[in-house]
Structures are given as structure tokens and as C-alpha cells.
Design a protein around this ligand. Structure first.
Ligand code: SRM
Ligand code: SF4
Length: 572
């Protein structure tokens, strides 16, 4: 490919001296709250997005002020596990340096919003002090590695989580830029900056990193909470006689698309074989380097691994993989997924410890006149010192609690109103919204701020049709990028313009099937009227145990003949 055809971001990366650019100079410039344009591409690799408060845009424009620049900082939490001390650090920094809220993401990470430029360094230093980091939380690299947070068999979970964690470390960029820029040259939590051999070489990524972001997840069936079919690469645990036999490997999933551009589309991953636990690192590294070498670097809209696979085919991938590995993947083994959602309330694992999954609506934890969940969690975590697990559905598990502390946890969660999981409808408990307005620069419609009200109204319809106990996955995004994975939910709403959404239905409860668009650019009244009609039909005509997604496919989507038959994935 000629240099002229490369996308501009490739040049920014190549010229950046391993992700440095002029970030240090930009931080020192107090004439503006922003960084240089090129540097805003580079800070993503450091887990930092430049944003502005979109609620204030017009007012600032009228006052001839620059936009209200602020930064979103994403903290990596491999497998979603963090300690009580790490949580308390996050609580402290959002109160002191952010907008007073912790945001749990759909990839089991933390986000804090509203950090102004002079506070970026202190924030990253506090995060580093608790042995966490933000490097590679965003950017054209492997992102936060996901892992089912609460499988019932604790020994298998420990093994799978250990692999997810090891892989996360192996794929972390090696550049010292992060440490030099943000930590004033201090050592990265577990890095070694004195080692010349590792200095500013990127053995896996190279100087221009990957063509685009890359995402990996580990699932433990029957849970598909990490939504394996939406990941660039995923490992599905195969458990035989209670032991971890290995993993089915899936590749080429992705959600993002652009309205009106048929060259872009959500794609389900394909199952490409089986590997043993000790082969995971090699397989992942080989796949990442295949995407590094063959991914499209000319068009960022066509640069995800899903397009590399769609263009070149699975036979090509298998051959390339075998050549790099020196062995072929074995045949995939049977596995079954039943659900993508979280199981709320208390669960005990086979080591005798208890885990309490709390519902966090759209992942946002902030104190307000309506309640004090942030403060409540701080008190519980100080007193009980649980391990915390962030779920792939934006919820939170107070984990590893000994039986004698259970009653105290119940009392505290009740006192601070953190026990909504006991009262909320199954529809709400299975819902997710992306961040959207006012911070996301790409949002076309509201999502996080709007979904709770929309659910109030949809809950009313569910009751009317005697479906109030029915769990249906409902996901909303403010644009077609798919951050809440709406294209594999049973009901998906994808923002198109203020107050207007495309409606998708027909995804499966286990996340193996893409949903199909049934309404375009519809307002709330049209969406609710349409769903009302289908819920009535579902209530009257569904087969025993038939999910809304399966019914919608059979009775709505296929009747309209809009679904291509190949839109179903199989993990085995
Ligand atoms: Fe996302 C971009 C938020 C998970 C697909 N995503 C963004 C940005 C950074 C907007 C931007 O580029 O300026 C959003 C920041 C909003 C804000 O104000 O905080 C954003 N994405 C999120 C989060 C916080 C949504 C949430 O509500 O939890 C999730 C953070 C995950 C994490 O911890 O790493 C988040 N994003 C996802 C997912 C779901 C997943 O990974 O499982 C997807 C779909 C899967 C996929 O990647 O295909 C996703 N985000 C995108 C895309 C479309 C990528 C594509 O291939 O087209 C963009 C836009 C882009 O990259 O150009 C995007
Ligand atoms: Fe922003 Fe769109 Fe992602 Fe929502 S789906 S957070 S609006 S990029």
C-alpha cells in the first residue's frame, strides 16, 4: 500500500515517537483547556479522550468562549476485578478531580468524566499509586480484556481469570511514553523503565500500532455475559468433568456501523477452533499480529478485524494462523450459552464465599437528591472490604464475602438504597445504555439520560400485557457505534437524531444472533406504539418458554422477510 493511501491517523502514530507527540507541551499550555488535534488521537492510547460538555456548547459559543473542554479518563480493570483500596481511590478521585460520578462501562472498566487538563496528571498518578493504569484503555491496541466475573465454579474462574490477566499484560503496549508523560518518569506499576532491551520498542504492535481498536473476551458458559460474538477475539471456556479442558476460539465480531453506509455493519464472530489453556497466549498474539499485518490502514471505517476476516475468509485466517503458530487449532467442542445478563442478588461459590450482584442503572454511580449510592458504596467497601467485580452489563458485584459478613452487607445495601435489584423489573435489570450526551462527541441522541424514563413507559406496557416478570434484553445507544452492543439484544434502540431512534428486534437471549432493524428514525410515540402491538401479540401467541427475541424473529422479522438466514452464530 502506498504511503499516500494511509489514513491520517497512521501518520500521527508513526510521527509520535511511540505515542508522545507534543502532549507534554500541550499540558503546559494554559492558554487553552484543549490539546493539539494530533495529540488528542495519541492520548486515546493513554486512556484519555478530549471532550467538551455538549450541554454548554451553544451558551459558550454565544459568549465567544472556547468549548468547555474536559477529559474522560478510562481505567483498565482486566477481567473487571479490583480491590477495595482501588475502589476507594476511584471514589476519591471522582470527588476531587472528576464530576462526582463513577461510570462502570460495558467492558468492565471505570470511566471518570469531567477532568480538566491541569488535573490529568494528578489523576493518573493517583490511579498508578493503587497499581492501576489507563494505558491501552482506548486507542488502536488491545483494550481491556473481559472475563465473565462470576462463574459458579471458583477454581475454573480463577484459572480463566488468570489467563485473561496474563493476556492483558502480554498485550499492553511497551512504550515508556505513558510513564514519562503522566507519572513524571516514575515506573509504571509493574513495568521496568531501566531495561534498555524493552525501551521504546513495540515487539507486538510496531511503531504504528494496530489499524484499529482490538477487543478480547473470555466467557464461561452457560453465561455469555461478555458477548463473545461481539469481540474481535474471544475464548469460550470448555469445562469437562469439572475441569478446564481449553477454549473454543471465536474471531471477527464487532458492532460498529455508520448510518446509511452499507459497507459498515455489525458482525458476529465465527468459531474457528479449540485450543488448550497453555496455547491461549500464542493464539491471541498470532491473531493480533495477523490483524496488525493485514488490517486496512487506509480507511478507518474498514479497519476492524471483522472486515479483514470478511474480506479474506476463514480459510485464509486458519492458514495464516497455523503458519504463525506452527500448529492448527483443534476442532471446536460443544458449548451452550443461555443468557447474556447478570444474575442479581446473592450467590455462593464452591469455596463457601458469597457474592452480591447489585444493579447499577446504566453503570452510573453518583450521589444526588434522589439517593447516595456513591457514598453508600464507599461506606460498605470501607467496612466490609470486599473484592469488587465489574460486570460486562455495567453492574457491580461485592465479591468474596465470608458468610459472617452477609447480614451487615444486606443492612447497608438496604440503608443506602443499593438493593434496587430486589425491586426493579426484569426488563430494567436486563437493560444497558451507552454514555451518550452530554460527554460523548459522537452522540446523535440521548441514551444514558433517557433510557430510565423510556423503561418506565415500557414497563407499563409490559404490565398491561402481563409480561412484567419477563426478562427481555433492552439496549440503547446514542449513535450506531454500538457501545452498549444493541445489535445483539432482544430490543435495540440506536440513536439517529435528537429524540429519534432506529428500532431493532429479534436478537437471542444468549447473544448468538444479530437483531434486525424494523423501524427507522422513529420517535418515542411510534416506538412504543409498535412495541405495544408486538408485546400484545407475544403475550397471546408465544410458545411456552419462548423469549421475546425468538418470538420477534419468528413472528415479526421473518414475516417481514428482512433477516438473512446466516445471522446466527454457534460457539461450538
Ligand atoms: Fe465505545 C467510541 C464509550 C464500549 C464501539 N465509545 C466511543 C467513545 C470513546 C466516543 C469517541 O470516540 O469519542 C465513547 C465515550 C463516551 C463517553 O463520553 O464516555 C465510547 N464505549 C463506550 C463505553 C463507555 C460505553 C458504556 O456506556 O459503557 C464503553 C467503554 C468500554 C471500555 O471500557 O473499554 C464502550 N464501544 C464499546 C463497545 C462494546 C464492547 O466493546 O463490548 C463497542 C462495540 C463493540 C465494537 O467495538 O465493535 C464500542 N465505541 C465504539 C465505536 C465503533 C467502533 C467501530 O468498529 O466502528 C466507537 C467509535 C470509533 O471507534 O470510531 C466508540
Ligand atoms: Fe457515544 Fe455512540 Fe458510543 Fe453511545 S454508542 S457512547 S453515542 S459513540
Amino acid at each position: 500500500m502506498s504511503v499516500a493511501k494511509l489514513s491520517p491517523v497512521v501518520r500521527i502514530k508513526a510521527d509520535s515517537d511511540f505515542l508522545r507527540g507534543t502532549i507534554v507541551q500541550g499540558l503546559a499550555d494554559d492558554a487553552t483547556g484543549a490539546l493539539a488535534d494530533d495529540d488528542t488521537q495519541l492520548t486515546k492510547f493513554h486512556g484519555i479522550y478530549q471532550q467538551d460538555d455538549r450541554d454548554l456548547r451553544l451558551e459558550r459559543q454565544q459568549q465567544r468562549l472556547e468549548p468547555a473542554y474536559q477529559f474522560m479518563v478510562r481505567v483498565r480493570v482486566p477481567g473487571g476485578r479490583c480491590s477495595a483500596a482501588q475502589w476507594l481511590m476511584m471514589d476519591d478521585i471522582v470527588r476531587r478531580f472528576g464530576n462526582g460520578s463513577i461510570r462502570l462501562t460495558t467492558r468492565q472498566a471505570f470511566q471518570l468524566h469531567g477532568v480538566i487538563k491541569p488535573r490529568l496528571r494528578p489523576v493518573l498518578q493517583h490511579i498508578n499509586d493503587e497499581l492501576m493504569d489507563t494505558i491501552a484503555a482506548c486507542g488502536d491496541v488491545n483494550r481491556n480484556v473481559m472475563c465473565s466475573p462470576l462463574p459458579e465454579t471458583s477454581a475454573v474462574h480463577r484459572q480463566v481469570f488468570a489467563l485473561a490477566s496474563e493476556l492483558s499484560d502480554a498485550l499492553t503496549p511497551a512504550t515508556r511514553a505513558y510513564s514519562q508523560i503522566w507519572l513524571d518518569g516514575r515506573k509504571l506499576a509493574d513495568g521496568d523503565e531501566t531495561d534498555e532491551a524493552h525501551r521504546d520498542k513495540e515487539p507486538i504492535y510496531g511503531a504504528t500500532y494496530l489499524p484499529r481498536k482490538f477487543k478480547i473476551g473470555f466467557a464461561i458458559p452457560p453465561r455469555n455475559d461478555v458477548d463473545v460474538f461481539s469481540q474481535d477475539l474471544a475464548f469460550v471456556a470448555v469445562i469437562e468433568q469439572g475441569e478446564l479442558a481449553g477454549f473454543n476460539v471465536t474471531a471477527g465480531g464487532g458492532m460498529g456501523m455508520t448510518h446509511g453506509d452499507p459497507e459498515t455493519y455489525p458482525r458476529l464472530a465465527d468459531t474457528i477452533g479449540f485450543c488448550r489453556p497453555e496455547q491461549v497466549l500464542a493464539v491471541a498474539t498470532a491473531i493480533v499480529t495477523i490483524q496488525r499485518d493485514f488490517g486496512d490502514r487506509s480507511d478507518r471505517k474498514h479497519a476492524r478485524f471483522k472486515y479483514t476476516i470478511a474480506d479474506r475468509g476463514l480459510d485464509w485466517l486458519s492458514a495464516e494462523l497455523q503458519q504463525r503458530l506452527g500448529f492448527a487449532l483443534a476442532e471446536a467442542r460443544p458449548v451452550t450459552f443461555t443468557h447474556t445478563g447478570d444474575r442479581f442478588g446473592w450467590q455462593q461459590t464452591d469455596d463457601g464465599l458469597w457474592h452480591l450482584t447489585l444493579f447499577v442503572e446504566n453503570g452510573r454511580i453518583a450521589d444526588s437528591e434522589a439517593g447516595q449510592p456513591l457514598t453508600g458504596l464507599r461506606e460498605i467497601i470501607r467496612q466490609i472490604e470486599p473484592e469488587l467485580r465489574l460486570t460486562p452489563n455495567q453492574n457491580l458485584i461485592l465479591s468474596e464475602i465470608p458468610p459472617e459478613k452477609k447480614a451487615a452487607v444486606d443492612e447497608l445495601t438496604g440503608r443506602y438504597g443499593l438493593d434496587r435489584y430486589r425491586r426493579a423489573s426484569p426488563l430494567r435489570l436486563n437493560s444497558m445504555a451507552c454514555v451518550g450526551l452530554p460527554t460523548c462527541g459522537l452522540a446523535m441522541a440521548e441514551s444514558e439520560r433517557y433510557l430510565p424514563d423510556f423503561i418506565d413507559r415500557l414497563d407499563g406496557l409490559m404490565q398491561q400485557h402481563r409480561l412484567e416478570q419477563q426478562a427481555v434484553t433492552l439496549r440503547m445507544t446514542g449513535c450506531p457505534n454500538g457501545c452498549a452492543r444493541p445489535y445483539i439484544s432482544e430490543i435495540g434502540l440506536v440513536g439517529k437524531a435528537p429524540g429519534r431512534y432506529n428500532l431493532y428486534v429479534g436478537g437471542s437471549a444468549g447473544g448468538q444472533r444479530l437483531s434486525q432493524q424494523v423501524l427507522d428514525n422513529a420517535d418515542e410515540a411510534e416506538i412504543l406504539a409498535t412495541l405495544n402491538q408486538w408485546l400484545a401479540q407475544y403475550s397471546a401467541e408465544k410458545n411456552p418458554d419462548e423469549s421475546f427475541g425468538d418470538f420477534a424473529l419468528r413472528a415479526i422479522v421473518l414475516q417481514k422477510a428482512v433477516v438473512p438466514p446466516e445471522n446466527e452464530a454457534d460457539a461450538s
